[in-house]
Design a protein around this ligand. Structure first.
Ligand code: SF4
Length: 413
């Protein structure tokens, strides 16, 4: 089709297009250095360790793909780690000492994604106990969840939504977990009485329209147990949205099968997950995402900004672009909370803002999460946007674009 009435300046357009190409080529070059789950390198790492584990445990491919087998065979002691890698005496002692304070457990699946030769492997940093966890600083409950619990196992911080914590169990105990105080020494689901009391509170409170079922990892509950909760919530007329918080897509993708995806689809449950690095987005993870999305389940990602794991603009860009490619909506980028034992994951807010500035214009708005800081004391999330984007000036505003070009808009324009 020709636009005969429109005065296209093809020459200027091509110059601009060439300039944009230069930026895109530079981005592609940087992003190619970010490890992704689908690379040959990642697949080889995975298969090598997976085969070693299957041999050691005398298990089959069918066992591997069975989430119950994965849970039963979690790697949860330093001796089990040393079955697969050579630890120095110091590394052995460090893992042992930390795990006495904060237990650990890693599914064989997630463990097999580790690049053991890279001290800053994002998989290893998120799953292996680290001696820096014993450093001073941080708080056990920076969000004051213990004082936002009006009934049962509810956490309420907002006017029209709340959380029910249904378990303390997770397939893997992430080293950066904000709720590590609840992990304790044993896995324990919330009692039937506490769930009933929580649902009763929601029933009696018509202001509540959204319920997030989380933990721990809510998808460690059995399908029957989940269905009972979904069913009761769906009968409350003022509850419009049921959400579930889970990290199984990254840590135990085999948990998602047809039966569970149908159950979530049936109750129109929306799912929030946590991928923090592109190397977690594997073939197995994408098969699980496909099952969910094909059953009509909305999947959003809540990433945590973590030092050495993903505090790099190209890593964040690549990870969110991978998520978009596989139909997961990048939703939040959480600034790390001031939790005891995770000081080594802390990042300056300036760094987070710099990453957000980079994403503007460099990638689609669909690949851009909202960067948020959680206020202490459970006062809620504060969205963080680069400071220089908008500034009040006399009679208007000054705007700065993603390329740092400046324009102003006056109130009377
Ligand atoms: S899955 Fe979530 S709740 Fe469980 S340890 Fe990881 S971050 Fe914490």
């Amino acid at each position: 089709m020709r636009y005969d009435n429109i005065n296209i300046n093809r020459e200027k357009s091509l110059i601009r297009s060439d300039d944009l190409d230069k930026i895109a080529i530079d981005d592609i070059e940087h992003k190619s250095k970010v490890r992704i789950g689908f690379s040959e390198f990642s697949i080889n790492l995975y298969n090598n360790t997976k085969n070693k584990i299957l041999k050691e445990l005398n298990a089959s491919e069918e066992d591997w793909n069975n989430y119950k087998w994965q849970l039963k065979n979690r790697i949860s002691s330093v001796d089990e780690i040393s079955n697969y890698i050579d630890l120095t005496r110091e590394e052995y002692e460090n893992i042992k000492n930390v795990s006495e304070e904060y237990r650990f457990a890693i599914t064989p699946y997630y463990f097999s994604l580790t690049d053991f030769d890279n001290p800053n492997c994002p998989i290893k940093l998120q799953s292996f106990p680290d001696i820096r966890e014993l450093e001073d600083g941080g708080q056990l409950d920076p969000m004051n969840e213990e004082q936002s619990n009006p009934s049962g196992r509810i956490t309420r911080r907002y006017p029209n939504k709340l959380i029910i914590n249904v378990t303390n169990a997770c397939p893997m105990y992430c080293r950066h977990c904000q709720r590590r105080r609840l992990i304790g020494k044993f896995d324990k689901n919330t009692s039937r009485e506490d769930i009933n009391e929580s649902i009763e509170f929601i029933k009696n409170n018509k202001t509540l329209r959204e319920v997030l079922i989380t933990g721990g990892d809510a998808l460690l509950l059995s399908n029957n147990h989940l269905e009972r909760i979904f069913n009761e919530l769906s009968q409350i007329s003022h509850v419009e949205v049921i959400r579930i918080g889970t990290r199984v897509l990254a840590t135990l993708p085999f948990r998602i099968d047809d039966e569970l995806a149908s159950l979530l689809g049936k109750y129109k449950v929306q799912l929030s997950t946590q991928f923090n690095h592109a190397s977690e987005i594997t073939l197995e993870a994408v098969q699980a995402i496909d099952l969910l999305v094909d059953h009509g389940v909305l999947v959003r990602n809540q990433m945590v900004l973590l030092h050495n794991v993903n505090d790099d603009m190209y890593c964040i860009q690549k990870t969110n672009e991978e998520l978009q490619k596989y139909r997961v909506i990048p939703y939040y980028l959480f600034h790390p909370k001031d939790v005891k034992g995770i000081g080594h994951f802390q990042v300056d807010i300036d760094k987070g803002l710099e990453i957000m500035k980079h994403l503007e214009g460099r990638t689609s708005g669909m690949c851009k999460p909202t960067y948020v800081y959680n206020s202490p004391g459970g006062l809620g999330k504060v969205p963080l946007v680069p400071l220089q984007n908008i500034e009040p000036v006399e009679n208007g505003y000054k705007f700065t674009t993603w390329e740092n070009r400046i324009f102003t808009k006056n109130f009377d324009d």
